[in-house]
Design a protein around this ligand. Structure first.
Ligand code: NAP
Length: 240
């Protein structure tokens, strides 16, 4: 009998978790909401690196790992690939396809925080949609800039920054209203892919705003990769 360890923390992972019965385990880092209505077991918190995960796989008699974490959660994906190899169990991964620029889009690709701030230098009103990282840099905001930082974590506004603590999905109407009200002149984004947070790119396109895009990290090769939840669920049904 297959016993799955599903690594999550994304809406896609939750969709998969909803299809798993009590044989299986859904694992979360513990940063966001923990669902309490799943048939499968839910565990919360780190494993203690790839060695800790390999030990967990052995202790809990896990026979397959599914990595459905966020495309920028590179550490847990590396740990999953390494631990499942060490524990001799297969590792599947959901690798959400990246968004692609469309005709007329002005995407400025950056690889790290220094490149990102350099790319932002000509602008005054960036909207950050990268998660919590900008919160660590609120005392470094250039005098000509006012930042809006949208992330999960509640945080006090700063002299030249407004923090919007909220979670997606975000609608096109909602994004249009926000952009119209705040008059951003650039959007800062990860290339997360998927539909839940894509509307900001469409509004940036409508308003001809540049997008400073953080490049995706490299992710490890695994036994099988899927680019949609439906394909992954179909493959699981064949196993059952
Ligand atoms: P990360 O840098 O790859 O992982 C940091 C550490 O957090 C891992 O080494 C692991 O600790 C623990 N961890 C992460 N995901 C876990 C999981 N599903 N179950 C148990 N432990 C987990 O990850 P991150 O970028 O901080 O993201 C944390 C979580 O938020 C991920 O699960 C991800 O799916 C979700 N998320 C991330 C983003 C993003 O932009 N990065 C966006 C949306 C959701 P140990 O080494 O101790 O095992």
């Amino acid at each position: 009998m297959t016993r799955i360890l599903l690594l999550g923390g994304t809406g896609d992972a939750l969709r998969i978790a909803r299809q798993l019965d009590s044989t299986h385990v859904y694992s979360l880092a513990g940063l966001g909401k923990v669902p309490d209505d799943l048939a499968c077991a839910v565990r919360v918190g780190g494993f203690g690196g790839s060695e800790g995960m390999a030990q967990y796989i052995a202790d809990e008699r896990i026979s397959m790992v599914i990595d459905a974490t966020h495309p920028y959660a590179a550490q847990i994906s590396a740990n999953a690939a390494h631990a499942s190899r060490a524990a001799h169990v297969p590792c599947w991964a959901l690798r959400r396809p990246a968004w692609q620029p469309q005709a007329g889009d002005d995407w400025r690709m950056v690889g790290n925080w220094n490149e990102l701030t350099a790319a932002l230098a000509p602008f005054r009103k960036p909207l950050f949609t990268l998660g919590r990282e900008p919160l660590a840099h609120l005392d470094e905001i250039p005098v000509h800039q006012f930042w809006t930082v949208r992330c999960l974590d509640p945080h006090q506004d700063a002299t030249r920054a407004r923090i919007i603590a909220t979670r997606g999905p975000f609608t096109l109407e909602g994004e249009r209203a926000l952009f119209a009200l705040q008059a951003f002149d650039v959007v800062v984004s990860k290339n997360s892919g998927g539909g839940a947070t894509e509307a900001k790119l469409e509004v940036a396109r409508e308003r001809r705003l540049p997008v400073v895009m953080l490049r995706r990290p490299d992710l490890p090769a695994v036994d099988r990769e899927f680019d949609s939840v439906d394909d992954l669920l179909d493959a699981l049904r064949v196993l059952a």
